[in-house]
Design a binder for this molecule. Sequence first.
Ligand code: 2HG
Ligand code: ZN
Length: 461
Amino acid sequence: MTDPRLETLRQALPTLRLSVEPSDLEHYGRDWTRRWTPAPLAIAWPADTGEVQALLRWAHAQRVAIVPSGGRTGLSGGAVAAHGELVVSLERMSRVLGFDPVDRTLTVQPGIALQAVHDAAAAHGLHYPVDFGARGSCTIGGTIATNAGGIRVIRYGNTREWIAGLKLVTGTGALLDLNRGLVKNSSGYDLRHLAIGSEGSLGLVVEATLKLTEPPLPAQTLLLALPSFEVLMQVFAEFRARVRLQAFEFFTANGLAHVVAHGGVDPFDARHPYYVVAEYDAGDDAQQAAGLAAFEACAEAGWVLDGVIAQSQAQARQLWRLREGITEAVARYRPYKNDVSVRVGAMAAFLARAQALLGDAYPDFEVVWFGHIGDGNLHINVLQPDGSDDAGFMRQCAQVTGLLAGLLAEHGGSISAEHGIGLVKKPWLGSTRGAEEIALMRGMRAVFDPARILNPGKLFD
Ligand code: 2HG
Ligand code: ZN
Protein backbone atom coordinates (compact mmCIF):
# COMPACT_ATOMS: atom_id res chain seq x y z
CA MET A 1 0.00 0.00 0.00
CA THR A 2 2.43 2.64 -1.22
CA ASP A 3 0.20 5.60 -2.10
CA PRO A 4 0.86 8.15 0.67
CA ARG A 5 -2.82 9.09 0.78
CA LEU A 6 -3.68 5.54 1.76
CA GLU A 7 -1.16 5.70 4.56
CA THR A 8 -2.97 8.72 5.97
CA LEU A 9 -6.24 6.82 5.66
CA ARG A 10 -4.75 3.88 7.56
CA GLN A 11 -3.66 6.25 10.30
CA ALA A 12 -7.04 8.00 10.44
CA LEU A 13 -8.97 4.72 10.39
CA PRO A 14 -6.83 1.79 11.48
CA THR A 15 -9.75 -0.67 11.53
CA LEU A 16 -10.98 0.06 7.99
CA ARG A 17 -10.77 -2.87 5.58
CA LEU A 18 -8.84 -1.75 2.48
CA SER A 19 -7.44 -3.46 -0.60
CA VAL A 20 -5.25 -2.58 -3.55
CA GLU A 21 -5.22 -6.13 -4.91
CA PRO A 22 -5.46 -5.96 -8.72
CA SER A 23 -8.34 -8.46 -8.75
CA ASP A 24 -10.31 -6.26 -6.29
CA LEU A 25 -9.56 -3.09 -8.26
CA GLU A 26 -10.81 -4.80 -11.41
CA HIS A 27 -13.90 -6.30 -9.77
CA TYR A 28 -15.05 -3.27 -7.79
CA GLY A 29 -14.03 -0.64 -10.33
CA ARG A 30 -16.69 -1.50 -12.89
CA ASP A 31 -20.39 -1.99 -13.36
CA TRP A 32 -22.38 -3.75 -16.06
CA THR A 33 -21.42 -1.23 -18.75
CA ARG A 34 -18.01 -2.87 -19.41
CA ARG A 35 -16.90 0.21 -21.37
CA TRP A 36 -14.32 1.74 -19.04
CA THR A 37 -11.12 0.18 -17.80
CA PRO A 38 -11.29 0.05 -14.00
CA ALA A 39 -8.49 2.03 -12.33
CA PRO A 40 -9.44 2.84 -8.73
CA LEU A 41 -6.94 3.94 -6.10
CA ALA A 42 -8.16 1.28 -3.68
CA ILE A 43 -11.29 -0.41 -2.38
CA ALA A 44 -12.63 0.29 1.13
CA TRP A 45 -15.26 -1.75 2.95
CA PRO A 46 -16.57 0.27 5.88
CA ALA A 47 -18.26 -1.82 8.56
CA ASP A 48 -20.65 0.80 9.93
CA THR A 49 -21.93 4.36 9.71
CA GLY A 50 -19.11 5.65 11.91
CA GLU A 51 -16.52 4.30 9.49
CA VAL A 52 -18.34 5.83 6.51
CA GLN A 53 -18.36 9.22 8.26
CA ALA A 54 -14.69 9.00 9.18
CA LEU A 55 -13.84 7.90 5.65
CA LEU A 56 -15.68 10.84 4.12
CA ARG A 57 -14.14 13.31 6.55
CA TRP A 58 -10.75 12.00 5.47
CA ALA A 59 -11.66 12.11 1.75
CA HIS A 60 -12.94 15.66 2.15
CA ALA A 61 -9.73 16.77 3.84
CA GLN A 62 -7.48 14.93 1.39
CA ARG A 63 -9.56 15.75 -1.71
CA VAL A 64 -9.85 12.07 -2.66
CA ALA A 65 -12.69 11.19 -5.02
CA ILE A 66 -15.13 8.53 -3.78
CA VAL A 67 -17.21 6.10 -5.84
CA PRO A 68 -19.98 4.51 -3.77
CA SER A 69 -20.47 0.89 -4.71
CA GLY A 70 -23.44 -1.46 -4.25
CA GLY A 71 -24.11 -4.48 -6.47
CA ARG A 72 -22.61 -2.76 -9.56
CA THR A 73 -25.45 -3.97 -11.78
CA GLY A 74 -25.93 -0.40 -13.04
CA LEU A 75 -26.09 0.19 -16.77
CA SER A 76 -25.02 3.87 -16.97
CA GLY A 77 -21.50 3.79 -15.54
CA GLY A 78 -22.56 5.38 -12.25
CA ALA A 79 -20.40 2.97 -10.23
CA VAL A 80 -17.37 2.99 -12.55
CA ALA A 81 -14.03 4.01 -11.00
CA ALA A 82 -11.64 4.66 -13.87
CA HIS A 83 -9.69 7.66 -12.56
CA GLY A 84 -7.97 6.76 -9.31
CA GLU A 85 -11.04 7.08 -7.09
CA LEU A 86 -11.48 5.28 -3.80
CA VAL A 87 -14.33 2.79 -4.22
CA VAL A 88 -16.44 2.56 -1.07
CA SER A 89 -18.16 -0.80 -1.17
CA LEU A 90 -21.14 -1.01 1.15
CA GLU A 91 -21.39 -4.78 0.94
CA ARG A 92 -20.36 -5.33 4.56
CA MET A 93 -23.28 -3.13 5.63
CA SER A 94 -26.00 -5.51 4.55
CA ARG A 95 -28.09 -6.23 7.63
CA VAL A 96 -31.75 -5.80 8.42
CA LEU A 97 -31.75 -3.43 11.38
CA GLY A 98 -35.39 -3.55 12.33
CA PHE A 99 -39.01 -4.19 11.47
CA ASP A 100 -41.92 -2.13 12.73
CA PRO A 101 -45.26 -3.95 12.43
CA VAL A 102 -47.34 -0.87 13.23
CA ASP A 103 -45.60 1.44 10.79
CA ARG A 104 -45.06 -1.49 8.43
CA THR A 105 -41.47 -0.52 7.75
CA LEU A 106 -38.24 -2.40 7.42
CA THR A 107 -35.00 -0.62 8.29
CA VAL A 108 -31.97 -1.91 6.41
CA GLN A 109 -28.35 -1.13 5.69
CA PRO A 110 -27.52 -0.05 2.13
CA GLY A 111 -25.59 -3.13 1.01
CA ILE A 112 -28.51 -5.55 1.38
CA ALA A 113 -29.61 -7.16 -1.89
CA LEU A 114 -33.11 -6.37 -3.16
CA GLN A 115 -33.98 -10.08 -3.03
CA ALA A 116 -33.00 -10.21 0.65
CA VAL A 117 -35.34 -7.26 1.30
CA HIS A 118 -38.16 -9.15 -0.45
CA ASP A 119 -37.42 -12.20 1.70
CA ALA A 120 -37.25 -10.19 4.93
CA ALA A 121 -40.57 -8.48 4.14
CA ALA A 122 -42.17 -11.84 3.27
CA ALA A 123 -40.97 -13.31 6.57
CA HIS A 124 -43.25 -10.72 8.24
CA GLY A 125 -46.14 -11.47 5.87
CA LEU A 126 -45.55 -8.22 3.97
CA HIS A 127 -44.14 -7.10 0.65
CA TYR A 128 -41.53 -4.66 -0.70
CA PRO A 129 -42.83 -4.06 -4.22
CA VAL A 130 -39.86 -2.62 -6.13
CA ASP A 131 -38.71 -5.47 -8.35
CA PHE A 132 -36.60 -6.16 -11.42
CA GLY A 133 -34.33 -8.76 -13.00
CA ALA A 134 -31.13 -7.84 -11.10
CA ARG A 135 -32.90 -8.42 -7.74
CA GLY A 136 -30.37 -11.05 -6.66
CA SER A 137 -27.30 -8.81 -6.96
CA CYS A 138 -28.37 -5.16 -6.90
CA THR A 139 -28.39 -3.50 -3.48
CA ILE A 140 -30.98 -1.27 -1.88
CA GLY A 141 -28.49 1.62 -1.72
CA GLY A 142 -28.02 1.48 -5.48
CA THR A 143 -31.77 1.33 -6.10
CA ILE A 144 -32.16 4.48 -4.01
CA ALA A 145 -29.27 6.25 -5.75
CA THR A 146 -30.95 5.70 -9.13
CA ASN A 147 -34.60 5.84 -8.02
CA ALA A 148 -34.85 2.42 -9.66
CA GLY A 149 -38.07 1.46 -11.42
CA GLY A 150 -38.51 -2.07 -12.77
CA ILE A 151 -41.38 -4.33 -13.68
CA ARG A 152 -43.97 -3.33 -11.04
CA VAL A 153 -43.94 0.45 -11.45
CA ILE A 154 -47.27 0.30 -13.26
CA ARG A 155 -48.81 -0.81 -9.96
CA TYR A 156 -46.51 0.47 -7.23
CA GLY A 157 -44.45 3.36 -8.59
CA ASN A 158 -40.69 3.85 -8.41
CA THR A 159 -38.33 3.36 -5.46
CA ARG A 160 -39.06 6.94 -4.37
CA GLU A 161 -42.57 5.94 -3.24
CA TRP A 162 -41.21 3.37 -0.81
CA ILE A 163 -38.61 5.26 1.17
CA ALA A 164 -39.92 6.39 4.55
CA GLY A 165 -36.56 7.50 5.89
CA LEU A 166 -32.92 7.76 4.92
CA LYS A 167 -29.67 8.28 6.72
CA LEU A 168 -27.18 9.98 4.46
CA VAL A 169 -23.51 10.85 4.99
CA THR A 170 -22.63 13.97 3.00
CA GLY A 171 -19.34 14.89 1.34
CA THR A 172 -18.10 16.46 4.57
CA GLY A 173 -18.89 13.40 6.67
CA ALA A 174 -22.03 14.90 8.25
CA LEU A 175 -24.80 12.42 9.06
CA LEU A 176 -28.33 13.46 8.03
CA ASP A 177 -31.36 11.63 9.42
CA LEU A 178 -33.99 12.38 6.77
CA ASN A 179 -37.73 12.05 7.46
CA ARG A 180 -37.32 9.38 10.18
CA GLY A 181 -40.14 7.17 8.92
CA LEU A 182 -42.81 9.84 9.21
CA VAL A 183 -45.91 9.64 7.02
CA LYS A 184 -46.65 13.32 7.43
CA ASN A 185 -43.89 15.85 7.67
CA SER A 186 -44.65 19.32 6.41
CA SER A 187 -41.54 21.01 7.72
CA GLY A 188 -39.69 22.38 4.75
CA TYR A 189 -37.50 20.86 2.07
CA ASP A 190 -37.64 17.08 1.82
CA LEU A 191 -33.95 16.30 1.42
CA ARG A 192 -34.79 12.61 1.37
CA HIS A 193 -36.24 13.02 -2.11
CA LEU A 194 -33.25 15.06 -3.23
CA ALA A 195 -30.99 12.19 -2.23
CA ILE A 196 -33.14 9.59 -4.04
CA GLY A 197 -31.90 9.48 -7.63
CA SER A 198 -28.82 11.61 -6.90
CA GLU A 199 -26.46 8.86 -8.09
CA GLY A 200 -24.12 9.16 -5.13
CA SER A 201 -23.46 12.84 -5.81
CA LEU A 202 -24.98 14.22 -2.58
CA GLY A 203 -24.05 11.57 -0.07
CA LEU A 204 -23.81 7.90 0.76
CA VAL A 205 -26.95 6.18 2.03
CA VAL A 206 -26.01 4.35 5.22
CA GLU A 207 -29.50 3.32 6.34
CA ALA A 208 -32.94 3.20 4.74
CA THR A 209 -36.38 2.73 6.23
CA LEU A 210 -38.54 1.07 3.61
CA LYS A 211 -42.32 1.10 3.48
CA LEU A 212 -43.92 -2.32 3.12
CA THR A 213 -47.36 -3.25 1.85
CA GLU A 214 -49.67 -6.26 1.69
CA PRO A 215 -48.49 -9.09 -0.53
CA PRO A 216 -50.05 -8.83 -4.00
CA LEU A 217 -53.11 -10.91 -4.81
CA PRO A 218 -52.46 -14.15 -6.67
CA ALA A 219 -51.70 -13.12 -10.23
CA GLN A 220 -52.44 -14.54 -13.65
CA THR A 221 -49.50 -14.36 -16.05
CA LEU A 222 -49.92 -14.47 -19.81
CA LEU A 223 -47.83 -14.07 -22.92
CA LEU A 224 -49.35 -12.51 -26.03
CA ALA A 225 -47.93 -12.35 -29.55
CA LEU A 226 -48.98 -9.20 -31.44
CA PRO A 227 -48.54 -7.83 -34.95
CA SER A 228 -47.60 -4.20 -34.29
CA PHE A 229 -46.88 -1.65 -31.59
CA GLU A 230 -50.13 0.23 -32.31
CA VAL A 231 -52.06 -2.98 -31.65
CA LEU A 232 -49.95 -3.56 -28.54
CA MET A 233 -51.08 -0.20 -27.18
CA GLN A 234 -54.71 -1.10 -27.95
CA VAL A 235 -54.30 -4.39 -26.09
CA PHE A 236 -52.78 -2.45 -23.18
CA ALA A 237 -55.79 -0.13 -23.08
CA GLU A 238 -58.21 -3.08 -23.21
CA PHE A 239 -56.50 -4.93 -20.36
CA ARG A 240 -56.10 -1.84 -18.25
CA ALA A 241 -59.80 -1.10 -18.57
CA ARG A 242 -60.83 -4.58 -17.47
CA VAL A 243 -58.27 -5.85 -14.93
CA ARG A 244 -55.86 -4.52 -12.30
CA LEU A 245 -52.49 -4.92 -13.94
CA GLN A 246 -49.42 -5.87 -11.90
CA ALA A 247 -47.10 -5.71 -14.92
CA PHE A 248 -47.29 -5.13 -18.66
CA GLU A 249 -43.95 -5.64 -20.40
CA PHE A 250 -43.05 -5.84 -24.07
CA PHE A 251 -40.24 -7.18 -26.24
CA THR A 252 -39.66 -8.06 -29.88
CA ALA A 253 -38.88 -11.23 -31.85
CA ASN A 254 -35.10 -10.75 -31.85
CA GLY A 255 -35.02 -10.21 -28.06
CA LEU A 256 -36.95 -13.45 -27.66
CA ALA A 257 -34.53 -15.23 -30.02
CA HIS A 258 -31.55 -14.20 -27.86
CA VAL A 259 -33.23 -15.50 -24.72
CA VAL A 260 -34.17 -18.76 -26.45
CA ALA A 261 -30.53 -19.15 -27.52
CA HIS A 262 -29.72 -18.94 -23.79
CA GLY A 263 -32.16 -21.65 -22.79
CA GLY A 264 -35.47 -19.74 -22.69
CA VAL A 265 -38.52 -21.63 -23.97
CA ASP A 266 -40.70 -20.11 -26.71
CA PRO A 267 -44.19 -21.55 -26.25
CA PHE A 268 -45.30 -20.63 -29.78
CA ASP A 269 -44.71 -22.42 -33.09
CA ALA A 270 -43.86 -19.27 -35.05
CA ARG A 271 -42.02 -16.03 -34.30
CA HIS A 272 -44.08 -12.83 -34.10
CA PRO A 273 -43.16 -9.13 -34.27
CA TYR A 274 -44.14 -8.13 -30.70
CA TYR A 275 -44.71 -9.88 -27.41
CA VAL A 276 -46.23 -8.85 -24.11
CA VAL A 277 -45.89 -10.47 -20.71
CA ALA A 278 -48.80 -9.23 -18.64
CA GLU A 279 -49.74 -10.01 -15.07
CA TYR A 280 -53.00 -9.04 -13.37
CA ASP A 281 -54.82 -9.64 -10.10
CA ALA A 282 -56.59 -12.96 -10.25
CA GLY A 283 -57.44 -13.58 -6.63
CA ASP A 284 -61.04 -14.66 -7.23
CA ASP A 285 -63.33 -15.99 -9.96
CA ALA A 286 -64.52 -12.51 -10.99
CA GLN A 287 -60.96 -11.25 -11.51
CA GLN A 288 -60.03 -14.37 -13.45
CA ALA A 289 -63.12 -14.01 -15.61
CA ALA A 290 -62.28 -10.34 -16.26
CA GLY A 291 -58.80 -11.32 -17.47
CA LEU A 292 -60.22 -14.00 -19.73
CA ALA A 293 -62.75 -11.52 -21.10
CA ALA A 294 -59.96 -9.03 -21.88
CA PHE A 295 -58.05 -11.75 -23.66
CA GLU A 296 -61.12 -12.80 -25.65
CA ALA A 297 -61.99 -9.23 -26.58
CA CYS A 298 -58.47 -8.72 -27.96
CA ALA A 299 -58.61 -12.03 -29.83
CA GLU A 300 -62.02 -11.18 -31.32
CA ALA A 301 -60.73 -7.80 -32.47
CA GLY A 302 -58.06 -9.73 -34.40
CA TRP A 303 -55.24 -8.21 -32.36
CA VAL A 304 -53.72 -11.37 -30.91
CA LEU A 305 -51.61 -13.61 -33.15
CA ASP A 306 -51.09 -16.15 -30.40
CA GLY A 307 -51.33 -16.32 -26.65
CA VAL A 308 -50.71 -18.52 -23.65
CA ILE A 309 -52.05 -18.23 -20.13
CA ALA A 310 -49.72 -19.71 -17.52
CA GLN A 311 -51.16 -22.83 -15.92
CA SER A 312 -48.66 -23.01 -13.07
CA GLN A 313 -46.08 -20.97 -11.20
CA ALA A 314 -43.36 -22.79 -13.11
CA GLN A 315 -44.91 -21.80 -16.44
CA ALA A 316 -45.32 -18.21 -15.27
CA ARG A 317 -41.62 -18.15 -14.41
CA GLN A 318 -40.83 -19.51 -17.88
CA LEU A 319 -42.84 -16.73 -19.52
CA TRP A 320 -41.17 -14.10 -17.34
CA ARG A 321 -37.76 -15.43 -18.27
CA LEU A 322 -38.43 -14.48 -21.91
CA ARG A 323 -38.65 -10.84 -20.83
CA GLU A 324 -36.30 -10.71 -17.85
CA GLY A 325 -33.59 -12.76 -19.55
CA ILE A 326 -32.95 -10.24 -22.33
CA THR A 327 -30.28 -8.14 -20.58
CA GLU A 328 -28.20 -11.18 -19.74
CA ALA A 329 -28.77 -12.88 -23.09
CA VAL A 330 -27.44 -9.90 -25.06
CA ALA A 331 -24.66 -8.96 -22.59
CA ARG A 332 -21.93 -10.65 -24.61
CA TYR A 333 -22.50 -8.07 -27.38
CA ARG A 334 -21.75 -5.27 -24.89
CA PRO A 335 -24.80 -3.38 -26.06
CA TYR A 336 -25.04 0.37 -26.15
CA LYS A 337 -28.14 1.01 -24.06
CA ASN A 338 -30.74 3.69 -24.20
CA ASP A 339 -33.32 3.78 -21.41
CA VAL A 340 -35.79 6.48 -22.34
CA SER A 341 -39.26 7.52 -21.30
CA VAL A 342 -42.14 9.52 -22.67
CA ARG A 343 -45.67 9.94 -21.38
CA VAL A 344 -47.54 6.65 -21.80
CA GLY A 345 -49.93 8.31 -24.23
CA ALA A 346 -47.03 9.41 -26.43
CA MET A 347 -45.44 5.94 -26.60
CA ALA A 348 -46.79 4.76 -29.96
CA ALA A 349 -45.96 8.00 -31.79
CA PHE A 350 -42.51 8.18 -30.19
CA LEU A 351 -41.69 4.54 -30.91
CA ALA A 352 -42.62 4.89 -34.59
CA ARG A 353 -40.35 7.92 -34.96
CA ALA A 354 -37.55 6.34 -32.92
CA GLN A 355 -37.69 3.09 -34.89
CA ALA A 356 -37.50 5.00 -38.17
CA LEU A 357 -34.62 7.09 -36.85
CA LEU A 358 -32.65 4.10 -35.59
CA GLY A 359 -33.43 2.03 -38.68
CA ASP A 360 -31.77 4.73 -40.81
CA ALA A 361 -28.92 5.33 -38.38
CA TYR A 362 -28.02 1.72 -37.72
CA PRO A 363 -28.63 -0.19 -40.96
CA ASP A 364 -25.91 -2.66 -39.95
CA PHE A 365 -26.50 -3.02 -36.23
CA GLU A 366 -28.99 -5.26 -34.51
CA VAL A 367 -31.26 -3.25 -32.22
CA VAL A 368 -33.26 -4.97 -29.46
CA TRP A 369 -36.34 -3.10 -28.23
CA PHE A 370 -38.14 -3.91 -25.01
CA GLY A 371 -39.51 -2.21 -21.93
CA HIS A 372 -42.22 -1.23 -19.53
CA ILE A 373 -45.31 -0.17 -21.47
CA GLY A 374 -47.30 1.00 -18.50
CA ASP A 375 -44.52 3.43 -17.55
CA GLY A 376 -43.74 4.81 -21.02
CA ASN A 377 -40.25 3.34 -20.64
CA LEU A 378 -38.41 1.91 -23.66
CA HIS A 379 -35.12 0.01 -23.52
CA ILE A 380 -33.14 0.18 -26.74
CA ASN A 381 -30.08 -2.09 -26.87
CA VAL A 382 -27.78 -1.63 -29.87
CA LEU A 383 -25.64 -4.75 -30.16
CA GLN A 384 -22.00 -4.29 -31.05
CA PRO A 385 -21.15 -6.48 -34.04
CA ASP A 386 -18.50 -9.11 -33.31
CA GLY A 387 -15.03 -7.96 -34.36
CA SER A 388 -16.02 -4.29 -34.76
CA ASP A 389 -13.92 -1.49 -33.41
CA ASP A 390 -14.99 -0.26 -29.95
CA ALA A 391 -14.30 3.43 -30.45
CA GLY A 392 -16.05 3.59 -33.83
CA PHE A 393 -19.10 1.78 -32.47
CA MET A 394 -19.33 4.10 -29.48
CA ARG A 395 -18.90 7.18 -31.67
CA GLN A 396 -21.74 6.11 -33.91
CA CYS A 397 -23.95 5.28 -30.93
CA ALA A 398 -23.23 8.64 -29.33
CA GLN A 399 -24.16 10.43 -32.53
CA VAL A 400 -27.46 8.58 -32.75
CA THR A 401 -28.17 9.23 -29.06
CA GLY A 402 -27.89 12.91 -29.93
CA LEU A 403 -30.65 12.48 -32.50
CA LEU A 404 -32.72 10.42 -30.08
CA ALA A 405 -32.27 13.10 -27.43
CA GLY A 406 -33.68 15.65 -29.89
CA LEU A 407 -36.68 13.43 -30.53
CA LEU A 408 -37.19 12.97 -26.81
CA ALA A 409 -37.09 16.72 -26.24
CA GLU A 410 -39.78 17.08 -28.93
CA HIS A 411 -41.93 14.52 -27.11
CA GLY A 412 -41.24 15.93 -23.63
CA GLY A 413 -39.45 12.71 -22.64
CA SER A 414 -36.41 11.75 -20.57
CA ILE A 415 -33.00 10.45 -21.67
CA SER A 416 -32.95 8.22 -18.58
CA ALA A 417 -36.10 6.58 -17.29
CA GLU A 418 -34.69 4.35 -14.58
CA HIS A 419 -30.99 3.58 -15.09
CA GLY A 420 -29.61 7.00 -14.20
CA ILE A 421 -27.35 9.39 -16.11
CA GLY A 422 -23.97 8.21 -14.82
CA LEU A 423 -21.23 8.54 -17.43
CA VAL A 424 -23.16 7.09 -20.34
CA LYS A 425 -25.89 9.71 -20.64
CA LYS A 426 -24.09 12.72 -19.19
CA PRO A 427 -23.66 14.53 -22.53
CA TRP A 428 -27.43 14.57 -23.05
CA LEU A 429 -28.72 15.58 -19.62
CA GLY A 430 -29.63 18.92 -21.19
CA SER A 431 -32.19 17.26 -23.47
CA THR A 432 -34.27 16.43 -20.39
CA ARG A 433 -33.37 19.16 -17.88
CA GLY A 434 -33.26 22.90 -18.52
CA ALA A 435 -30.04 24.92 -18.15
CA GLU A 436 -31.36 26.74 -15.06
CA GLU A 437 -32.37 23.42 -13.53
CA ILE A 438 -28.92 21.92 -14.11
CA ALA A 439 -27.30 25.04 -12.65
CA LEU A 440 -29.43 24.61 -9.51
CA MET A 441 -28.49 20.93 -9.29
CA ARG A 442 -24.81 21.92 -9.48
CA GLY A 443 -25.36 24.40 -6.69
CA MET A 444 -27.01 21.76 -4.51
CA ARG A 445 -24.17 19.37 -5.13
CA ALA A 446 -21.71 22.04 -4.00
CA VAL A 447 -23.65 22.46 -0.73
CA PHE A 448 -23.66 18.74 0.07
CA ASP A 449 -20.13 18.17 -1.20
CA PRO A 450 -18.04 21.35 -1.28
CA ALA A 451 -14.81 19.49 -2.14
CA ARG A 452 -16.48 17.66 -5.08
CA ILE A 453 -15.37 14.25 -3.93
CA LEU A 454 -18.67 12.37 -4.30
CA ASN A 455 -18.81 10.38 -7.53
CA PRO A 456 -17.27 13.23 -9.54
CA GLY A 457 -17.71 13.19 -13.29
CA LYS A 458 -21.05 11.37 -13.06
CA LEU A 459 -24.43 12.99 -13.80
CA PHE A 460 -22.85 16.35 -14.77
CA ASP A 461 -19.44 18.01 -14.44
C1 2HG B 1 -34.96 -4.19 -17.67
O1 2HG B 1 -36.03 -3.60 -17.74
C2 2HG B 1 -33.77 -3.47 -17.16
O2 2HG B 1 -34.85 -5.39 -17.96
C3 2HG B 1 -32.54 -3.60 -18.06
O3 2HG B 1 -34.06 -2.12 -16.93
C4 2HG B 1 -32.72 -2.98 -19.41
O4 2HG B 1 -30.77 -4.09 -20.25
C5 2HG B 1 -31.53 -3.12 -20.37
O5 2HG B 1 -31.40 -2.28 -21.26
ZN1 ZN C 1 -36.11 -1.68 -17.21
